[in-house]
Ligand binder design. Structure first.
Ligand code: C2E
Ligand code: MG
Ligand code: MG
Ligand code: MG
Length: 269
């Protein structure tokens, strides 16, 4: 398409590409210093029990305040961290922050659970399990109040290695969730071999509820399959009341999304 628009189009494209490459390199470099400079912070999003309406869990989501580019999404910088080995540094930092920050809200809501995201690279890092143990010891947050989320695609990169790490995390007493379920190519049969507690239905299926029969059929069968193997089901990305009603009817256990609460800093929880 660029070709049909002539030479000017190419020139714009090159400038754009150069800028993006520059930004990427700059971010990769700055990310190394970001934890020390206090530029990373966590937003927490409530996960709500559909039967009682109570918030049982909050998910910690990383944010980066970059001095020049402003607020940067984890969708942009987590992949950079994964490519450059920074992910273990950042993952450890995030764990320590989250386990400290949850203590305040937990004084008011003693049963409140914390869930954090792990990336594929952390699954084969031998320092992961010690980092979880240490974060728990330093903060005093019991591992039983923690859940670790791994995306379906990360689990499937090396299911055997993932299984070993997950078993060790489980041994500590923490829970495990599979994130963004339905976007990878795993079968529940494959997943059943892993010691999981929770399955989070990706928001692409949730957003179709009430609009597409396919979405409803898919969500219905995911919930049925998950319950058959005793997994707790969370629906992600609930933006509208009608989605919530359908999910309740379908017997989904928990839900998360802008309609229930946006991610906010710990002191606003
Ligand atoms: P995720 O774990 O699936 O988290 C849910 C994402 O969906 C979050 O995006 C959240 O803000 C967003 N979200 C929540 N409710 C809604 C909704 O109703 N509608 C829509 N459209 N979006 C909603 P966020 O915070 O930008 O994070 C993106 C991804 O970055 C996360 O997806 C997770 O995979 C990754 N991530 C975030 N924090 C960390 C971290 O500390 N470590 C690692 N490894 N990954 C992280
Ligand atoms: Mg998640
Ligand atoms: Mg997700
Ligand atoms: Mg995601």
């Amino acid at each position: 398409q660029a070709k049909t628009k002539g030479r000017g189009r190419h020139a714009f494209f090159d400038v754009d590409l150069r800028e993006r490459t520059h930004r990427r390199l700059q971010l990769e470099q700055d990310l190394r210093e970001a934890p020390r400079r206090g530029q990373l912070w966590l937003a927490y999003q409530p996960i709500v029990d559909l039967r009682t309406g109570e918030t049982t869990t909050v998910e910690a989501l990383l944010r980066w305040n970059h001095p020049r580019y402003g607020l940067i999404s984890p969708a942009e910088f987590i992949p950079l961290a994964e490519d450059s080995d920074l992910i273990n540094l950042i993952g450890g930092h995030m764990l320590r922050m989250a386990t400290e920050e949850i203590l305040g809200p937990r004084q008011r809501y003693p049963g409140l659970q914390l869930t954090v995201n792990l990336s594929a690279r952390q699954l084969d890092d031998p320092a992961l399990v010690p980092a979880v143990r240490e974060a728990s010891q330093v903060s005093g947050l019991p591992p039983s109040a923690m859940c670790l989320e791994i995306t379906e695609s990360a689990l499937m990169l090396d299911p055997t290695a993932a299984g070993r790490t997950l078993a060790a995390v489980r041994e500590l007493g923490a829970r495990l969730a599979i994130d963004d379920f339905g976007t990878g190519y795993s079968s529940l049969a494959q997943l059943m071999t892993l010691p999981l507690d929770t399955l989070k239905i990706d928001r692409t299926f949730v957003s179709g509820l009430g609009e597409s029969r396919d979405a409803e059929a898919i969500v219905t069968s995911i919930i049925a399959m998950a319950h058959a193997v005793d997994l707790t089901v969370v629906a992600e990305g609930v933006e509208h009341e009608h989605q919530l009603e359908i999910l309740r009817e379908l017997g989904c256990d928990l839900a998360q999304g802008y309609h229930l609460g946006r991610p906010v800093p710990a002191d606003q929880l």
